[in-house]
Design a protein around this ligand. Structure first.
Ligand SMILES: [Zn+2]
Length: 281
């Protein structure tokens, strides 16, 4: 499943390729579970609109489009793409055959196509209409807070009084959005905090370490991915994930890279969870 750094890389790659382009036509597959908005609504919102930007919010790719000319631009509309387990967002020339399991196709004015391909159909497509008043447009911000930009005070406040394990709280998308299993385990290791510790009982100092560790691992993974953008959005789609060096994730039973103690694997919040019983308290 694509995690936040992969989604950021994909969103940036798609942005570089398509911003400023007009969407000439929209086709959708009619497979109901893919579409959170009605397909007619998606087609109406996107057909004839110009792509302003493509960005990441949590693990969602947000394409902002606008109708009208640059002098008299209409209100923006956002097209939300959640990749789910197997979803891919590709920018392809039309001569590349359409992959199986293509569920949406946006034809650009220059002939290229933005294709949403998703064999297992856990991905979701929807339209979000930002709210407007005379001064301000409120764009999609997702269900939780953004881990890369949240302030220390806000980060600490998120976990106040929470009785769940910190690992579960990190995965709770209504608190922080975009943090998945790998980055939760890796950031807890780097912060020296055991995954089962009660979130509300962590000290300020521990939460400060955790926030820093989380931002560090996410930024590092984004940086690693930045050099391979073309591999992620080319005609064949994703070729695999770039990864930070895993210190604990997926290393159950192997020696800790810092102290040699075998890494433990347990289950927290229903997810495989890895930690070092010596380095994490
Ligand atoms: Zn260790």
């Amino acid at each position: 499943m694509p995690e936040l750094p992969e989604v950021e890389t994909i969103a940036n790659g798609v942005h570089q390729r398509v911003h400023g382009q007009r969407i000439a036509g929209v086709w959708t597959s009619g497979k109901p579970q893919t579409f959170k908005s009605r397909e007619t609504e998606i087609a109406e919102a996107l057909t004839g609109a110009t792509i302003d930007s493509v960005r990441r919010v949590g693990k969602t790719i947000v394409m902002t489009v606008r109708r009208g000319t640059s002098k008299k631009a209409g209100n923006p509309v956002e097209f939300l793409v959640h990749l789910g387990m197997t979803g891919r967002l590709l920018v392809s020339p039309p001569e590349i055959p359409l992959p199986p399991h293509t569920h949406a196709l946006l034809t650009l004015a220059d002939g290229r196509e933005i294709r949403f391909v998703d064999p297992r159909r856990f991905g979701r497509l929807s339209i979000h209409a930002p709210t407007h008043n005379s001064q301000l447009t409120t764009f999609y911000t997702g269900p939780g807070r953004e881990p890369l930009t949240i302030s220390l005070e806000d980060f600490i406040a998120l976990f106040h009084g929470r009785k769940t394990p910190i690992k579960a709280a990190l995965l709770n998308q209504s608190l922080l959005h975009g943090v998945g299993n790998i980055y939760a385990d890796e950031s807890l290791f780097r912060a020296g905090i055991r995954p089962r510790r009660q979130a509300g009982r962590l000290t300020r100092e521990e939460l400060a370490r955790l926030r820093k560790a989380l931002i560090d691992v996410l930024r590092r993974a984004i940086k690693l991915g930045g050099s391979s953008v073309s591999d992620y959005v080319d005609a064949e789609g994703m070729r695999g994930y770039f990864q930070i060096e895993h210190k604990v994730y997926g290393r159950g039973g192997e020696p800790c890279t810092d102290c040699g103690t075998p890494i433990k694997k347990i289950t927290v919040a229903g997810r495989g969870t890895h930690f070092c019983s010596h380095c994490q308290e």
